[in-house]
Design a protein around this ligand. Structure first.
Ligand code: UGA
Length: 402
């Protein structure tokens, strides 16, 4: 079986190389010639644990020319679908990927895998191709290769039997429950999944904001409620709020489409608002301990989570901006994300980027831990007489919600 993948960003690259690892003949397509050159050298242009090894071992043939996948049995579309300013989805790349397949009169199954609102495939793909499906991804950054090979589920939305059968064949090598459904439902499952996960974290954060006032450790509470199998232990870690490129974008798009249909989704509005405010709580706690103006404040961790260099929507952005506005001198260290952070905003260029965590702590009067990298878990890093406030639970001593 032959498969094509259009859009070799994060999702496309991980999907393509893992499909090759399970024996599928996949070719990748991307408009960016630099990416194709790097792939020829078997090099990854994203930081995701395990990806370099997979590329070295399985090699991903790739091209800028969509004709290279003209004879594929199916094509997955994995281009970015960013948010417009009003939260609606920007389909520019998606539409151009679909058009490129129309231009070559492609006859196989066309299966978007980008996160797109319910109805998008039926509006922009179904009218133009005989075989159409939708196959959402549930890859979390930092563990995406693992998530691909050992998923909790595989969702296959389809219009016709050819697409259903070829998609099932594609995933034959992976052991997971398969959900077969219509395309619109498959699109909705992805939004529901992310909206639920983000809301679950926000509930933990809200509980944490309350327990902090009551002098109760939120982790003792969430560890206990997590044992209720109806609640479950995962995604109950309270802290400075969820970040990353997906949750905010997806919930905002869901709110938007809901409004278009005349329904105001109060819970998701509240989740977005709560998460907007959550990062700044750590500054309130810091302010109660020390003056901020003119003080040396250390930030340990800038990425939105460990094992990635990604800072999109990271709580560190709001926290660093607010500290600079209050006149703090910032010293920061992150094992991977310092370059991205420096280039994110001109005002971040003057931050003192340290060589390691120890140097960052030494140069600071107070330290905020913003990402739970393993390197920050060594207790010897933190002198007893220094103010250390955790935004992510590492030591459990003093933190944003504990
Ligand atoms: C998320 C979903 O977990 C994936 O299933 C989905 O495929 C992906 O979005 C997507 O739509 O592409 P991701 O954003 O990479 O994946 O990362 P998560 O592990 O979900 O973490 C998101 C944020 O929540 C991070 O800032 C993390 O620190 C925070 N978080 C997570 C918490 O604050 N508490 C927790 O208990 C768990």
């Amino acid at each position: 079986m032959k498969a094509g993948i259009i859009g070799l960003g994060y999702v496309g690259l991980i999907t393509a190389i893992n499909l090759r690892a399970i024996g599928i003949d996949v070719t990748g397509i991307d408009v960016d010639a630099k990416k194709i050159e790097l792939l020829k050298e078997k090099k990854s242009y994203i930081y995701e644990p395990g990806t370099d090894n997979l590329l070295e071992r399985y090699n991903l043939p790739a091209s800028t020319d969509v004709k290279a996948i003209a004879d594929a049995d199916l094509v997955l579309i994995t281009v970015g679908t960013p948010s417009n300013d009003d939260g609606s989805q920007n389909l520019t790349y998606f539409i151009s990927a679909v058009k490129s397949l129309q231009d070559i009169n492609y006859k196989g199954a066309v299966v978007p895998r980008s996160t797109i609102l319910p109805g998008t495939t039926d509006s922009y793909v179904t009218p133009y191709f005989e075989h159409v499906g939708y196959n959402p991804e549930f890859l979390a950054e930092g563990r995406a290769n693992e998530d691909f090979i050992h998923p909790d589920k595989i969702v296959i939305g389809y219009k016709d039997e050819y697409t259903r059968d070829i998609m099932k064949k594609l995933y034959e090598g992976i052991k997971a429950p398969i959900i077969e459904t219509d395309i619109k439902t498959a699109e909705m499952i992805k939004y529901a999944n992310n909206a639920f996960l983000a809301s679950k974290i926000s509930i933990a954060n809200e509980l944490g904001n309350i327990t902090k006032k009551l002098n109760i450790d939120v982790y003792k509470v969430t560890d206990a409620i997590g044992l209720d199998s109806r609640i479950g232990k995962k995604f109950l870690n309270a802290g400075i709020g969820w970040g990353g490129s997906c949750f905010k974008k997806d919930i905002s798009a869901l709110v938007q489409i809901s409004r278009i249909h005349g329904y105001e989704p109060e819970i998701f509005n509240a989740v977005l608002k709560q998460n907007d405010l959550q990062p700044l709580k750590i500054i309130d706690i810091l302010r109660a301990r020390t003056e901020i103006k003119g003080k040396n404040i250390g930030l340990l961790g800038l990425s939105f989570k460990p094992e990635t260099d990604d800072i999109r929507d990271a709580p560190s952005i709001k926290i660093a901006s607010a500290l600079l506005d209050e006149g703090a001198i910032i010293h920061a260290y992150d094992p991977r994300a310092m370059n991205n952070f420096k280039n994110y905003d001109d005002k971040f260029k003057n931050i003192d980027y340290c060589e390691n965590a120890k140097q960052c702590v030494e140069r600071s009067d107070a330290v905020l831990i913003l990402t739970e990298w393993n390197a920050f878990k060594d207790d010897r890093l933190y002198p007893a007489d220094k103010i250390i406030i955790e935004g992510r639970r590492i030591r459990g001593k003093e933190g944003v919600c504990w």
